[in-house]
Design a protein around this ligand. Structure first.
Ligand code: FUC
Length: 791
């Protein structure tokens, strides 16, 4: 029986799992998850050659890419806090430069303003790989048996977070199972030979870093190093082999396994990033884990994982392609084959990836989640907060994985210490600020090229996630004890940062940019920096309205609230240009240099913000459509995350067929064989943005209403979904046939008033906590029966 004797609470909502439970091993029943639904399995007939074909596993902290090879198996490892730190930025003193840059911008001197910003404000970017997330190395298992392999199958079971590799060699069936358990904090590999079969192999651990210390003991390998000669974390990895029979010895270069029918490997790793406590906890985990047998570790892993994964299911119907291997399915879908179940598979995979890369108490999912094979990965595999990190968390609330959102929200609070210094030194403002990117060292300083660096909105946007988390969960303890303070400090910076435009008298942000686009100036130059770009104004609106509502709810800060209200009234409006499009830089005459640019920042108000909708702001909805038409007709949507954002835009516009078209394009243009998003290169945000987009097509709740099937495409005419979440704490199950809603069950988790909209029908009803509302109830409310019957 599991007995938890210690649970550490560091902040409301942030539980660090404790591992001091007793272990009683269940009888040795062979545990094999059974479901074979095509929507929850990725599978292949070949081992992975390329990394982007390997299958990811992860427990939020320990990740691995499993290649499933039968000659030399490769399991590429990651630990989320393994980062190097070879340099740092400094805060620029902006006390003189910021007012001068503003002055130039107000006078239309864009080039001069930009030159000044480059000279005085923006530090030079450090070389790639300076502060980067790095691989933990590889386990390799070299098999002695070279006989031909048949009946090969490699799969990733999303319903149980388990990789399976099955094959036959020399008449013997072999079964491998690999998983990363959050319950036990361990990666487990097991290979069993069928009747009469034996495994002979060499097991090694390696890392492409410099000077790794690798110690081979009888049945264990220890690898450790202070990353980059001390310029990073200290890490340690322990690999332990457990044999049922046969024997093992160390050659000093590897562990030789002879004649075993049942081989198990357990892999533990930790770094000193979180300090001594977590390091020791990992050591305890290892000692404890060795007392637990495989069945017990697997059983608890699956149970723990399923508690999250099973909250949601999606069925969009089967097709003749449903039972094909995943790479063949992807190839067919890319050629236009109708395979609605593939979208359900992609959606389930997105939830799987979030559960596997973002767990409470850990770091947020970075540009690659937790999966990275390099020492100097693209963009350092860091946290870009001008779209990418935010997009990672778009599916968190709507797909019922609210806990997985917490690492991001916690991380934003941790940015405050540095962000306050940057706010005061560079901008002479209170509160805290962060620019387009950050990392585990909490970098907030201003650096880089103007068209991506000069953007002080990263913290402000990120902090709107705190309010979104509250809207879905109603977690007042979290908001009052932590979230509000973080949001408030981001808003305080913005409040100080806003400046009156001398020509209009309105408040604007700046110097800033519209990430990462540039414009041609009327004087014939190319520039990026300006005052009050549309996205900034939309972020300010979103953050201020959120902080105002939170402060009202918590009955705090009436004076600050009044100030934000006043500033909102004085905020410059987002302008619509003479051609009907939202103006990206709020000024007519600034023409985008790259009209098909991947960032479509000036539609922030459409998604993720609730600012624009068909009821309140139809003119902006039409202007947003025109922005999309224009961008797309100039080659827009060419990166994975950009395409994923477009799906969400069209879902909010309620253009179901366009949303669907871009779902298909995401598969066709931006998806690797293992269904990782292909920016290119691999970047995980597109997976998460695509998952959120599919959900947004089925349910929306950003306006006053919970809206059912708002953007249901013809291709998904029959379907069923359970467990999606709407703001106000409503958990929604529904089924539809021929595009019409046929079944509905809504669980009211918070007892909020339900404002429901389906098609053109609307209704409003009070609910109690735990109340289940069915389609029949809805009809009775419409007839006026239920509302009057309730006491
Ligand atoms: C932003 C994007 C790029 C890329 C990078 C990690 O800067 O513009 O496309 O996704 O983040």
């Amino acid at each position: 029986m599991r007995r938890v004797s210690a649970i550490a609470l560091i902040l409301p909502g942030f539980v660090i799992p404790a591992f001091f439970y007793s272990c009683s091993n269940p009888d040795p029943v062979s545990f094999e998850p059974v479901s074979s639904e095509p929507e929850v399995v990725l599978w292949y007939n070949e081992p992975a050659e390329e990394w982007e074909e390997a299958l990811p596993i992860g427990n939020g902290r320990l990740g691995a890419m499993v290649f499933g090879r039968t000659d030399v198996e490769r399991i590429q490892l990651n630990e989320e806090s393994l980062w190097c730190r070879k340099g740092a930025y400094e805060n620029s003193d902006g006390s003189e430069a910021i007012p001068r840059v503003r002055e130039l911008l107000f006078n239309g001197k864009y080039r001069e303003a930009q030159e000044l910003a480059v000279d005085e404000l923006l530090q030079k970017r450090l070389p790639g790989g300076t502060n980067a997330y790095q691989t933990l190395g590889d386990i390799s298992i070299t098999y002695k048996d070279t006989l031909e392999v048949s009946a090969y199958k490699r799969s990733l079971r999303l319903d149980s977070a388990l990789v399976q590799v099955d094959y036959t060699r020399g008449g013997v069936d072999y079964k491998r199972r690999i998983f990363s358990s959050a319950f036990d904090n361990v990666i487990v590999f097991r290979e069993k030979a069928g009747k009469g079969g034996k495994i002979d192999c060499t097991i090694q651990l390696s890392r492409p870093g410099e000077g790794e210390v690798v110690i081979y003991k009888d049945d264990m390998i220890i690898m450790k190093q202070h990353v980059e000669n001390g310029k990073g974390v200290l890490y340690e990895t322990r690999l332990k082999v457990i044999l049922k029979d046969g024997h093992i010895h160390s050659t000093g270069f590897g562990l030789e396994v002879h004649g075993s029918s049942d081989l198990e490997i357990r892999l533990f790793a930790a770094t000193d990033y979180f300090g001594q406590a977590k390091w020791n906890e990992c050591e305890k985990c290892m000692q404890h884990s060795m007392k637990c047998n495989y069945n017990r570790v697997l059983t608890e892993h699956v149970k723990e994982y399923q508690e999250l994964f099973n909250r949601v299911s999606l069925d969009l119907g089967a097709s003749t392609a449903s039972n094909l291997p995943t790479d063949e399915r992807l190839a067919l879908v890319s050629k236009g084959k109708d395979d609605p179940g593939f979208a359900a598979l992609y959606f389930n995979y997105g939830r799987y990836l979030l559960i596997s890369s973002s767990r409470p108490g850990n770091l947020p999912a970075n540009l690659q989640g937790i999966w990275n094979k390099d020492l100097a990965p693209p963009w350092n595999s860091d946290y870009h907060i001008n779209i990418n990190l935010q997009m990672n968390y778009w599916p968190a609330e709507i797909t019922n994985l609210s806990e997985c959102h917490l690492p991001y929200l916690k991380f934003m609070g941790e940015l405050r210490e540095n962000g306050r210094k940057t706010a005061s030194t560079t901008y002479n403002c209170r509160g805290f600020v962060a620019h387009h990117t950050t990392d585990v060292w909490h970098q907030t300083e201003l650096f880089g090229s103007p068209n991506w660096g000069m953007w002080p909105m990263g913290a402000a946007w990120s902090c709107t996630h705190i309010w979104e988390h509250f809207l879905f969960t109603g977690d007042t303890t979290f908001l009052a004890g932590y979230g509000y303070d973080v949001m408030r400090e981001a808003a305080l910076f913005m409040s100080d940062f806003l400046v009156e435009h001398p020509k209009t008298g309105k408040l604007v942000t700046g110097p800033s940019i519209s990430p990462e686009n540039r414009f041609a100036t009327p004087a014939g130059d190319t520039a990026a920096i300006n005052m009050g770009p549309a996205m900034d104004l939309q972020i300010v609106w979103h953050l201020f309205t959120s902080v105002i509502k939170a402060s009202e709810l918590l009955e705090r800060d009436p004076e600050f609230r009044a100030l934000l209200q006043l500033q909102l009234e004085q905020l410059a409006p987002v302008e619509i240009g003479s051609d009907g499009r939202i103006l990206e830089w709020s000024e007519e005459g600034l023409v985008e240099v790259e009209p098909g640019h991947r960032h479509i920042s000036h539609l922030y108000g459409l998604y993720p913000s609730p600012q624009y909708n068909w009821t309140d702001t139809p003119e902006y909805m039409e202007a947003a459509e025109k922005v999309l038409d224009y961008r797309l007709s100039h080659g827009g949507g060419h990166t994975g995350w950009s395409r994923a954002w477009i799906i969400n835009f069209y879902a909010r516009l309620k253009d179901a067929e366009q949303a669907y078209y871009h779902v298909q394009k995401l598969f066709e243009k931006s998806t690797h064989p293992n269904l990782f998003d292909n920016h290119p290169p691999f970047q995980i945000d597109g997976n998460f943005g695509g998952t959120a987009g599919i959900a947004e097509m089925l349910i929306q709740s950003h306006t006053a209403y919970v809206e059912l099937l708002p953007a249901l495409p013809k291709a998904w005419k029959n379907g069923k979904v359970t467990g999606l979440m709407a703001r106000g704490g409503f958990q929604v199950d529904m089924e539809w046939k021929k595009g019409e809603l046929t079944e509905l069950q809504i669980l009211s988790k918070l007892g909020s008033r339900l404002e429901l909209r389906y098609d053109s029908s609307e209704l409003s009803m009070a609910t109690a906590v735990g109340q289940l509302i069915s389609l029949e109830d809805v009809l009775r409310v419409q007839e006026g029966i239920l509302e009057t019957a309730r006491p």
